[in-house]
Ligand binder design. Structure first.
Ligand code: PML
Length: 262
């Protein structure tokens, strides 16, 4: 079968003079068979042109042929969900799940140490809010490893296996389970923490090979535009170059069992 990768990003020019910049409006990516390229491409353009964030004045669609034997097929992480009443409870739950995984860079696991890691995660999360991609944080050294801190690192070249969907609308869960599964399989990856930057979407997740994909149904308050991703990496386990290469270059299709959205 012949496969193609399609990537779309749309932005709008905002501000004037020294404040002028391109504001991100919408982005999407797929890996589909040849027959679906045209339909998926127009659905992407529709998505960009009808986005609630505004009318784009720049849309870039990139279409590339992908060799079938370069594609890795992965099974989706198993999905569980945690219902919470408040975003504070949701964040606490996320930190509680992640902090024990951050221990390998350190020799202590006292309550005080866990509290420190929790504060660190909270601080890192706030630093991701203005970033376009994810933060790549080394739990062994406490260093940020993104080559460009403003841009962050982006996981790309991925889609759901057998996805025939050409609908232009964003499905947060479907896109996130694909991305989280790819990220969890990157060399040296320990865990991921994600909060959507969509003000209308309050569900976030933590994910790792150990935890699976844990949906936390409320991680921020409705209307809040802040969101971000942290990839927790352990440089004792792999080279950062290999991790970034996998995230940005490896082509991955994720097998999602029916009704896996917990
Ligand atoms: C995003 O908006 O890119 C993040 C989506 C998080 C999805 C969480 C879920 O519904 O499981």
């Amino acid at each position: 079968m012949e496969f193609y990768s399609l990537k779309m990003r749309a932005s709008q020019h905002v501000g004037e003079g020294a404040n002028a910049h391109e504001q991100h409006i919408s982005g999407a990516e797929r890996i589909v068979n040849r027959d679906s390229v045209e339909a998926v491409c127009s659905a992407m353009v529709r998505r960009a042109m009808t986005h609630s964030k505004g009318n784009p004045d720049f849309i870039n669609v990139k279409i590339e042929k992908v060799q079938e034997n370069d594609i890795q097929i992965l099974k989706a992480l198993p999905v569980t969900r945690i219902d919470v009443e408040t975003s504070k409870q949701g964040l606490d739950k996320a930190f509680e799940l992640i902090t024990p995984l951050m221990g390998s860079g350190s020799s202590t696991s006292s309550a005080e140490h866990i509290e420190k890691l929790r504060d660190k995660l909270q601080e890192l999360l706030c630093e991701t809010y203005p970033m376009r991609g994810a933060m790549l944080y080394d739990i062994a050294t406490g260093e940020r490893l993104e080559p460009d801190h403003e841009r962050g690192v982006r996981a790309t070249y991925m889609d759901a296996l057998h996805s025939s969907e050409v609908d232009g609308k964003k499905n947060h869960f479907n896109e996130a389970i694909v991305l989280a599964t790819k990220v969890a399989n990157a060399p040296g990856m320990v865990a991921e923490l994600c909060i959507s930057d969509d003000p209308e979407y309050v569900t976030g997740y933590v994910a790792s090979k150990k935890l699976g994909y844990v949906r936390i149904m409320k991680m921020k308050t409705l209307g809040d535009e802040n969101g971000g991703r942290i990839f927790l990496f352990d440089s004792n386990k792999a080279k950062v170059e290999d991790c970034i290469e996998y995230l940005q270059k490896k082509k991955v299709l994720v097998e999602i069992p029916p009704s896996s959205n917990a």
